[in-house]
Every structure is written in structure tokens, then in C-alpha cells.
Design a protein around this ligand. Structure first.
Ligand SMILES: *Cc1c(COP(=O)(O)O)cnc(C)c1O
Length: 494
């Protein structure tokens, strides 16, 4: 049952606050700007609080339960991060304050740049991009300018595997370059023959680089990644790593050391800053020496060596050939603070444990579910796994039905129909913070659903049964948003 609108729960005369009697003279009201009538609900404080708390409970969140939305790394957001981001001296800092008055904040950003560089093996990092997709855009613009500076302006092709996240080809197009799609082979890796053909054939001199996600969006470690990197470098291209899946690599593999030239981090995925609902996120980018001068700015650097107090002076600098700014001011500083707190709390060995448990949890689910659901690539996975959400003996049941039914069991659905190259894909990412009992509960729900698909398929086809609303038209629901629950209000002056 949907809960009543707030407009339906009031009664005339109920009020939430008692204002003191006015001690200033009443002013004339601009009559022509006033509405004749303003039907706002009259409600007491208790009613308002209960109304919105009930609404908030209708929402599913990581604080309520497992959120196995593959590719998104919906990991638990430790509350200490929130404390750090809310420290008044940081939260209330004005973005236009003199740098000398913001040394603490600049120090934290500088440390975060350093740590992200250390974690991924890159020489320099810019924190400014607002999301992964913007980090990608920054990366591809850097690659473009690098080639332009070398007089290689004809290099306009970026190789992208067909398992890529949609933002990758979109980024390439936005940057004015062209996508050349590469097939995947039976193991789920990039097809090396197709790659070599592209790198050694007619296209060779037009290759600007390649974008690849490691582990891939299939949740698989690219086992021939060194050959891939060599082939592209040999053709004169640069390597972009989509770092959205760093949860499978942190403190174990450094992309910079593998040979990547540039990568974005999704601080709102790997580094536990909250996401969903459109942001704010943070898509920091790391680069090696080839691209250091092209980084988007401003970045934080030491602008004056240590004085007598021993503290160096930090300031914002624009790299020499910077592609420019991605965003107003200095990026999403609140996200930087949360990521800083996260890394600081875990430390080196803790970060390694994050990676290990993330990979262990995904492989646990894989091992438990591979006999119930089809596993398109039967090999160890990284931090997420892809299953096929359909059964040969019950044709009418699809991945979407399985996902909707999972909601009845109290779980957020996994990612559906992505990656595109797996039919009826269910991309499941448990993350490191789930304990075995919770994973077992998820497995049990998935097994029950597989049984129901055979014994009572309507249960799946009509799911969800317990959610506040039943099955929505997924296309209309995002195209015709119902954003206002108010009865139509008369316009001013009407
Ligand atoms: C999430 C994701 C992106 C885009 O990141 P945003 O922060 O959502 O813009 C890119 N690639 C992959 C593989 C992702 O999972």
C-alpha cells in the first residue's frame, strides 16, 4: 500500500511551529504577486516527521541490506567518513578562501592525490573530475592533446572492447574521436587476434589509444592484459584504464606498473563515498609521466618549501599543458574527505583486505550459484560475477523477473542486461563488507527463485509482490517522472 500524500493527512488549524508574536511593523504585501489560494497541508510536527520517516523506509539502501548492483560497487559507507566530511572547519570552508587560510584542506587533498597515485602506480593525480564518466572524458582529452602536440593529429581512433561500460564509447564520441569496437573471445578476454589486426593493419597510424576496464565488466581479470598493452603501445597509442573495478585490484595490482598511461578512480565506488541518486561523485584521474602536464586542474602541490615550523606551503597549480578545468572550484571536496578518511582508517594492509574479501565474496557466490544458474565464463572471477538469468526449461522467465522476485526476498536486484554480450545478464557484486550469513541468505533466495521459476513461474512474472509499487513500466518510469505529489497549485496572480 502506498502511503497517503502529505496533502491528505492534514487538518485545518494544525501547525508544526509556534512563531512568537511579531515585534516589527507589518509590511504591505505585493498583492499582485500573491496567490488567491495556496492549498498547503496543515500538519503538526509529529505527522511531518512520521510521514517522511515512513517514506524514507520505503527506499532501499546499503544501510538496509545487501546491494549487489554489479559494476556500481555499492559498498557500505563507513560513518566515520561522514564525521570527517562534516567537521565544521572543512565543511564550512569557502571555496574562494585564500590558499594560506586553507592549508589543512589543501594538505588533505595533497595526501589523497599521493595515496591514490601510490595505490594505482601513477605519478600524478587530479581530483577535479566529478564522476567516473568525467574522469574518462578528461583522460581521452589528455590522450588527444598528447598526440596533437606530437604532430599526430590524425590519431583519432580509440579501441573499445564490446564488453565496455556505455560511458566508454560515449566518452570517445564526446571527445571528437572514433570508436573501434573489439570483440571478446570465449574466455571473456579481448580477442587478441582482432586487436593485433587493428594495431598492425591500415588503422595503425590512426590509433590514439584504447580504453579497457580491468577486471572487465564481465568480472574477469584480463589474463592477456600485458599483450594488449604492448600491442597498443607498439602502434603508438596510449592505454586508458577504466578504474571502476579497482575494488578487485587495490593494493594487489598497480595499473600504472602494468603499463597503463591514465586511469580514473570512482571514489564513490571503490573508496566508499556514497552514491546513487545522481551524485555527487568523484572521478579522480591518475597518469604517468607522459600525461602529467596535461592533467585537468587545479591540482594541489607544494608551492613553497618548509618554513621554520616545518610545514610546506600548499597551493593550487594548473599543470603546464592542462586540458583545463572539469568543474567549478576544486572538484567535490566532500567526497575527497570521505575517501581520505576511508583510506586513512584502513591503511595499507586494510586496503589489501578490502580487495581480498571483495574477490573472495564474489567467488563464494559464484561457487554457490554456478550449479543453479548458467555461468557463461566458468573461471575465477574478480570482485563481481555474471550469471545468465534464464532457464532452458522455463522459457517465459527472464533476468528481469528474477531480479523483481529478489525484491520480495528483501534484496536489491543485481545489474540486469549488462554487460550486453551476455544474454539475460545478472551482474552480481557483493562487495567486501558482507558477512557469510548474509551471502548465504542471498544464495538461498536465488535458489528458491530458481525453484519457483519451475513450480510457480507466475510468482516471478508478477513480482514484486511486497514492494510499495508493483511492476513499473521501466521505460515510462524514467521518461515521465512524477516529481510532484501536490495537487496542481494555482500559479501566482491567477
Ligand atoms: C560506474 C562505471 C563508469 C562510470 O562512472 P560514473 O561515476 O557513474 O560516471 C564507467 N565504467 C564502469 C565500468 C563503471 O562501472
Amino acid at each position: 500500500m502506498l502511503q497517503p500524500l502529505i496533502y491528505d493527512i492534514g487538518a485545518p488549524g494544525r501547525i508544526g511551529v509556534n512563531l512568537p508574536p511579531s515585534d516589527v511593523p507589518e509590511a504591505e504585501m505585493p498583492v499582485d504577486l500573491l496567490r488567491e489560494d495556496l492549498p498547503l497541508p496543515e500538519v503538526g510536527e509529529v505527522q511531518v516527521v512520521r510521514h517522511f520517516v515512513k517514506l524514507s523506509h520505503l527506499n532501499y539502501s546499503i544501510d538496509k541490506g545487501l546491494y549487489p548492483l554489479g559494476s556500481c560497487t555499492m559498498k557500505y559507507n563507513p560513518k566515520i567518513n561522514e564525521d570527517a566530511a562534516r567537521l565544521p572547519g572543512l565543511a564550512q570552508l569557502h571555496p574562494l578562501i585564500e590558499e594560506t587560510g586553507a592549508q589543512g584542506a589543501l594538505y588533505l587533498m595533497h595526501e589523497l592525490q599521493r595515496w591514490l597515485g601510490e595505490i594505482s602506480g601513477f605519478d600524478a593525480v587530479s581530483l577535479t573530475p566529478a564522476a567516473g564518466a568525467q574522469g574518462e572524458f578528461a583522460g581521452i582529452l589528455m590522450i588527444r592533446n598528447y598526440h596533437l602536440d606530437k604532430g599526430d593529429g590524425q590519431r583519432d581512433i580509440i579501441l573499445v572492447p564490446n564488453s565496455a561500460h556505455g560511458t566508454n564509447p560515449a566518452t570517445v564520441t564526446m571527445a571528437g574521436m572514433r570508436v573501434h569496437e573489439l570483440p571478446s573471445n570465449e574466455q571473456g578476454n579481448v580477442d587478441l587476434d582482432a586487436l593485433r589486426e587493428a594495431c598492425q593493419g591500415e588503422m595503425r597510424d590512426r590509433i590514439a589509444g584504447m580504453m579497457i576496464t580491468v577486471p572487465s565488466t564481465l568480472g574477469l581479470f584480463e589474463s592477456t592484459i600485458l599483450e594488449v598493452i604492448d600491442a597498443v603501445h607498439d602502434a603508438g597509442g596510449l592505454m586508458y584504464m577504466d578504474g571502476a573495478n579497482m575494488n578487485a585490484l587495490m593494493a594487489v595490482v598497480k595499473p600504472g606498473e602494468l603499463g597503463f598511461d591514465v586511469m580514473h578512480y570512482n571514489l564513490h565506488k571503490t573508496f566508499s563515498t556514497p552514491h546513487g541518486g545522481g551524485g555527487p561523485g568523484s572521478g579522480a584521474v591518475g597518469v604517468n609521466e607522459k600525461l602529467r602536464d596535461y592533467l585537468p586542474g587545479p591540482i594541489v602541490d607544494v608551492v613553497d618549501e618548509a618554513d621554520e615550523s616545518g610545514a610546506p606551503l600548499y597551493g593550487f597549480v594548473m599543470p603546464e599543458k592542462s586540458i583545463g578545468r572539469m568543474k567549478a572550484f576544486h572538484g567535490n571536496f566532500g567526497m575527497h574527505l570521505r575517501a581520505y578518511a576511508y583510506i586513512r582508517v584502513y591503511g595499507d594492509s586494510g586496503i589489501r583486505d578490502v580487495t581480498r574479501y571483495a574477490v573472495l565474496n564474489a567467488n563464494y557466490l559464484r561457487a554457490k550459484l554456478m550449479n543453479t544458474y548458467k555461468l557463461p565464463y566458468p573461471r575465477y572471477c574478480g570482485h563481481e560475477l555474471v550469471l545468465e538469468g534464464h532457464f532452458d526449461d522455463v522459457e517465459e522467465v527472464h533476468a528481469l523477473d528474477i531480479s523483481k522476485r529478489l525484491m520480495d526476498y528483501g534484496f536489491h536486484p543485481p545489474t540486469n542486461y549488462f554487460p550486453l554480450i551476455v544474454p539475460e545478464a545478472l551482474l552480481i557484486e557483493p562487495t567486501e563488507t558482507e558477512v557469510k550469513e548474509d551471502l548465504d541468505e542471498f544464495v538461498e533466495a536465488m535458489e528458491k527463485i530458481a525453484e519457483e521459476a519451475r513450480s510457480e513461474p507466475d510468482l516471478l512474472l508478477n513480482a514484486p509482490h511486497t514492494a510499495p509499487v508493483r511492476r513499473l513500466d521501466e521505460v515510462l518510469a524514467v521518461k515521465q517522472l512524477v516529481l510532484c505529489c501536490a495537487p496542481a497549485l494555482p500559479a501566482a496572480g491567477e
